[in-house]
Design a protein around this ligand. Structure first.
Ligand code: ADP
Length: 391
């Protein structure tokens, strides 16, 4: 028996509730990847990749092109077999001796190019995957989904009569129709122009949350990952560097790679004194530095700062501690790069009305209302708490 409206669960009403729900690790795991490995022609592409996705959670695999995101998605979908390791769906293994092929996995996929049938209406496209359902249930499910994606008035239109955003909503509804236990989204916004992309991110998140669906999406776009996900898994070279809420991975990156990939990270050399960390932009108190303890007194560290953490103002030669070496006008803001006297170069973001000219001497200082991440000099903190030499 196929449940129809009862499948649409009560949506959490605020983003905070969504995040709270998502961080409850006691929830049923819908997907588990355990030590997955995959090579092509002897070259490892996926290395010991493990992660768990909980019921109702939206997790995004984020990383640069070629880091293995699509391959991971294909391994989950059953379009590739891992060389070793396990994929579990709803706690049952679908790999190894009991490999379950894609068509028998209860997994839906939303492709980049939407892949709608041009000769079918929106309604028929959505119904496509559930043609074997009893007629009345199928009709009810399609109407329910048209309403969910806000297209009740457009059911008879063919894809070429719909806007890009509407086509994407039809593609999403079609993938949700058979009530998959897991939905995979492969760079779902890459086919849309920039403005629509931003709008659709919000919409797709709302639709997925309203449907209560568990989903894994893939993107190389940091902003997209941050804005749609409950958790983000940052990938590099076939493995996961860090996994956490968008706030965790952005504010407390556990490796320089994650720090750099998620925004314009600059590093400022610091010498840890008993009460503060001496840097080229002032002595930064301990309580502004995440997890720094007395045990590090006397050591050299690198503090991570982002452009919104640093201010630079024109200053006379007596007061100046650096000079502007690069200026990029971005419309609402201007991004400066300031070389401070210690030799570090830091980015700082100013309102477009602030005018500091190239080569101007400036006084750069910290202007952050949150704790800063840091890394031991010449080493990097690893996700597992171990240490690895930086190359
Ligand atoms: P991403 O989605 O992060 O851009 P992919 O998973 O598509 O990365 O690819 C990871 C690496 O695996 C790339 O170097 C790519 O060239 C390689 N690769 C992917 N699929 C195949 C394949 N079928 N045969 C050989 N190499 C592949």
């Amino acid at each position: 028996m196929i449940a129809v409206s009862s499948e649409l669960r009560q949506a959490p009403s605020t983003d905070q509730e969504v995040a709270d729900e998502a961080t409850v690790s006691t929830r049923r795991s819908v997907l588990e990847l355990d030590d997955l490995r995959k090579s092509y022609n002897g070259t490892p592409v996926i290395r010991d990749l493990s992660l768990t996705v909980h019921d109702g959670e939206l997790l995004t695999l984020l990383g640069p092109s070629g880091c293995g995101k699509t391959t991971t998605l294909r391994l989950i979908a059953g379009l590739e077999r891992p060389d070793s390791g396990t994929v579990r769906l709803d706690e049952a293994s679908v790999t190894g001796g009991n490999f379950v092929p894609a068509e028998h996995r209860d997994v839906g996929v939303v492709f980049q190019e939407f892949a709608l049938f041009p000769h079918l209406s929106a309604r028929e496209n959505i119904a496509f995957g559930i043609n074997e359902w009893p007629e009345d249930e199928r009709r009810a499910r399609v109407e329910e989904l048209l309403e969910l994606v806000g297209l009740s008035e457009h059911g008879e239109k063919s894809p070429d009569e719909l806007s890009g955003g509407q086509q994407q909503r039809v593609a999403l509804a079609r993938s949700l129709a058979p009530e998959p236990q897991l939905l995979l989204l492969d760079e779902p916004f890459s086919n849309l122009d920039v403005d629509l992309r931003v709008e659709m991110r919000e919409e797709v998140r709302e639709i997925l949350k309203e449907a209560g669906v568990t989903a894994v999406s893939v993107t190389h776009d940091q902003e997209e990952a941050m804005s749609i996900s409950d958790r983000v898994a940052v990938m590099s070279d076939g493995s996961i560097e860090q996994i956490g809420t968008p706030e965790e991975v952005f504010q407390q990156p556990e490796s320089r790679f994650v720090a750099g990939f998620l925004g314009h990270a600059s590093f400022v050399a610091g010498h840890v004194k008993p009460d503060c960390v001496e840097t080229g932009i002032g002595c930064i108190p301990f309580d502004q530095i995440n997890g720094l303890t007395d045990a590090y007194v006397g050591s050299e560290i690198d503090l991570m700062v982002r452009p919104d953490d640093v201010r630079a103002r024109p200053a006379g030669p007596e007061e100046a501690n650096g000079e502007v070496v690069h200026r990029r006008y971005l419309g609402p803001t201007v991004l400066y790069r300031v070389e401070i006297d210690s030799g570090d170069v830091v980015g700082c973001m100013h309102n477009h009305a602030d005018k500091v000219s190239l080569d101007d001497p400036v006084f750069a200082s910290l202007d952050a209302d949150h704790e800063l991440a840091w890394f031991p000099r010449g080493e990097r903190k690893m996700a597992d708490g171990g240490r690895e030499r930086d190359d």
